[in-house]
Structure formats: C-alpha cells, structure tokens
Design a protein around this ligand. Sequence first.
Ligand SMILES: Nc1ncnc2c1ncn2[C@@H]1O[C@H](COP(=O)(O)OP(=O)(O)OP(=O)(O)O)[C@@H](O)[C@H]1O
Ligand SMILES: [Mg+2]
Length: 501
Amino acid sequence: MTGSLQKNTGTPTPFDVFLGAVSFFQGSSDINALQEELGNLRKAKELLHTIIQATQDAIYIIDENAKVVLVNQAYTRLVGLSEEQLLNQPATVDLAEGYESASLKAMATGRPIREVTMRVGPAKKEVIESVAPLILNGEIKGCVGVMQDVSVIFRLSEELHRANRHLMHLESKYSFGDIIGTSPQILESKKKALIAADTDVTVLLRGESGTGKELFAHAIHQASIRHNKPFIRVNCSAIPESLMESELFGYSEGSFSGAKKGGRIGYFEEASGGTLFLDEIGEMPLFLQAKLLRALQEKEIVRLGENKPLMVDTRIIAATNADLERMIRQKKFREDLYYRLSVFPIHVPALRESRDDIPEIARSLLDKICKEYGRATSDIDTSAMEYLQNCAWGGNVRELENVLRRTVINLPPQEKLLRREHINDAVGTIPPADYQSLNGHVASLGGYEELKNAWEEDLIRRVLVQSNGNRTKAARALGISLRNLYKKITKYHLDALGRIE
Ligand SMILES: Nc1ncnc2c1ncn2[C@@H]1O[C@H](COP(=O)(O)OP(=O)(O)OP(=O)(O)O)[C@@H](O)[C@H]1O
Ligand SMILES: [Mg+2]
C-alpha cells in the first residue's frame, strides 16, 4: 500500500491521507471531548446528588413551575413525608396551615429569604427555613431551600451553654451539697467552711487521708465570690522538687536552660482572681516555703530568674493529712509558714468520728456506683449497714467507696439489695485495721499509751464485728481470755457488736 500511495495517479497522496487522518482525528477528538464533558457532567450531577442526599441539613429544590423536583433524606425525615408524597407536588405541599410558602415568595421576588420560622409536615414541626432563588440568565428557574429542626438547634445551644459553664468551672467540680453527712462533726466542719467561703482568708484543711479535704476545697471556692474565676489544684507531692518553683511562680525567658521563649506564668498568676488549692502542703520543699510565706503575707510573687515582684490576687486553700507539728519539730516545716497557714484551720472528721453519717454516705455512694456501672442495687440491708457502720475505716470515705465498688462489681447484676454476706470479700482485701488506725491517729494523738489504746480499741471493735458479737469467738480470735476481753470492752465502752455505747 505504501508503494501505490507514493505514485501520483489522482488517488489520494500520502499527504491527503495524512490530512484526512488529521481531520478525522480532529473530529473524533471533539466528540471525545464532548463525551468526556458529558461524562464529567453526569459525574458532577451524581456527586452533587450524593452530597445533597448525605447532607444533614434538610434540602429541597423547586422548579420554575413551583413543583418539588428534589428532596434529600434529611428533608423527608424532618417533614415526615415520603419522597413519593413530595416529588412533583406544589411547593406548598409540606406547609402547615396558616403559613406562607417561603419558596414561592423567594421565586416571586427573586430575593433570598433567611431564617424564617415555619411549621411543616403532618406533625407541624417547627423549623427554621432559608430559601435562595435559582436565577439563570436573568430568569427565575426555581429555588433551593434548607431547613433545620428548631428542637435540635435549641438542644445544641443548650449544650453550648452547658459546655461554657463547664469550662468556667472545669476545675471546681463539687459544692457544699456534695458533702454528705449531718453528724455534729461534719456539720461543724461545714459551718466553718461556709464562713471561710465568705472571706478571702487562707484556709488549712486538715484531716486523714480520704476524709474529703479536696471536696471541701472545691466547695469553698464554689461558694465564694471567686467562683467564676479559676480554681487550680496543685498537688505538691506530685511535682518534682526541681520544677516546683517554676511551676508555682513562673519563670522569665532564659532563666534556665530549656526555659520557654518569653518565659511562662506560674500557677499563682494563673489562679489570680480565683483560688489556688495547694494539696499535700506538707510536701512543699523547705526552700520554697519561704517564698510561699512571702506570697501569702505580701500578696506578691517573684518569677524565677527575675527580681521584680509581681502583685497577685490569689486565694490560698491548703490541705494536708501530715502531722505538721511533728514536722516543725523535725525542722521539715517552717514554723512561721505553719502559723500563717493556720489562721483558719478546718478539721475534716475521720469516718470513725462521724459514724452516724455512714448510712447516708454509703447509700449515696451506692447510688453513684450503680449509675456508673448500670446496676440495679438500690439499698443496703440492716445487717450490712450495721457492719459498715462498725468497720475501722482507716481509709475513710475513699475506703468505704472502694469497698462498695468492689462489692457491687461482684454482685449478680439483678441483685436489688446489698446484704451483709456480699461485703465479706471486699473488706478482706483492706489492710489490717490496726495498722490503718495507727496511721490515722498519729496526727491527733501524742503519747505511746494513747496510740496503743487507739490501736487496741480498733482491733477489738473489728474482731467483735467479724464474730458477729460472739464474744467467746472474738476472745479466741484475739488469743485472750474471755474475762480479759470483757475488761477491755468495758474499758472502751463498747457493746456486743463493737459499737461505742
Ligand atoms: N462527706 C462526703 N460525702 C460524699 N463523698 C465524700 C465525702 N467525703 C469524701 N467523699 C469522697 O471520698 C473520696 C475521697 O475524698 P477526697 O479526695 O476529698 O479526700 P482527701 O481528704 O483529699 O484525701 P487525701 O488526703 O488522701 O488526698 C472522694 O471521692 C470524695 O468525693
Ligand atoms: Mg486529697
């Protein structure tokens, strides 16, 4: 074929063929391009359709004849009518009686309508609607509308409000209402705390571990005029000594290697206007105690690496379960700081000092735990409660909460009543009462004799509870004679179940 084409005999020359081929390919490239464009358009339409369908907002489109041509799933769901009931129907099909169609208005005026309230569908649901006319080459070709459920908007705005409140109170979670108990001991502590809340006085919360000191600190801040300002908790035992100064007082740029550019403010400044809760104050290193004293007395701090003092308006609440008096004797705590902190001490009672509160606290804890685990146990029977009331509770409310938590986890899910036998296992895992009570008494008792008596009383009480008031059994368990046991029961004024008479 190549040979014949090379001859010029009136038949198409290779050039003609080339041109023909070029024009053919040119034509087909137009078609290809058109096809490609069509394909793209189809894809774009599908994509648009998918997007409209997937959108959470309810969307509809009306054509130039004021008929519904498209609705998405969110729309049918919101209005409560099916696609069949809506498509090709007049634009007013979804309107509840007495309402004017926003789409017709937008199409009549050629102007968008923003956020009007409507009622739509059989359920007359309240919605907020926005409509935009579709204008092509100066002609109105229909309109597109978007609707939102008013109840959802309300819910969201409520959530936003709550989130804002939560942010403001992020660090201060509890109020006085969360401190359960009506025993004279706890009432006395609450009374003092309420007085403290009315002033800016420095408070020192004292009490054994797990008695609720942190709860009191939160409550005082919440009830104070500073409640809308920051509440910052610093656990002095959790911050490494080397970092404590910069964490508390801040530092200037270049004050130590690794210091941030521009320096950083410390907790004192961060809590300015609000409350700084210095938890475990007994763990504050000696070298910082002087600086803390100055902050308390002069209301000024000095950032690490600077010498210019800064005024701060920070209220201090401190807490400790340590024997500060002994620490002073051991030169581990500054006496001047101790007196400055002790302007307004509040003693938070140990659970064994306020046994009358145990039923109420136990019930409230049980309620909280069951809600957390989705359990139905709603009450504690008499013998279980008596038992709980007579335990040593060296770990106080925290220990009681742990015992109840373990008990609830081990209960059959449908069990409504927490009984005495359910608790046994849980208490078995607590360290011996004698050891705990020794710890608990160190802060409040001085001499060897008193400590020994406290230990003995707790031990006897616990054994009596465990033997269910059977004194022979209790004496045997203690390895003492029955006579000796009676003597001790009288000495500590205990009844058969180890309760104080
Ligand atoms: N009176 C109370 N009513 C209700 N819950 C309480 C009460 N006292 C303490 N609790 C709860 O017991 C747990 C321990 O309380 P908290 O952390 O305040 O103790 P703490 O005195 O700070 O102990 P620690 O010295 O070990 O830090 C918390 O879950 C707290 O909510
Ligand atoms: Mg604490």
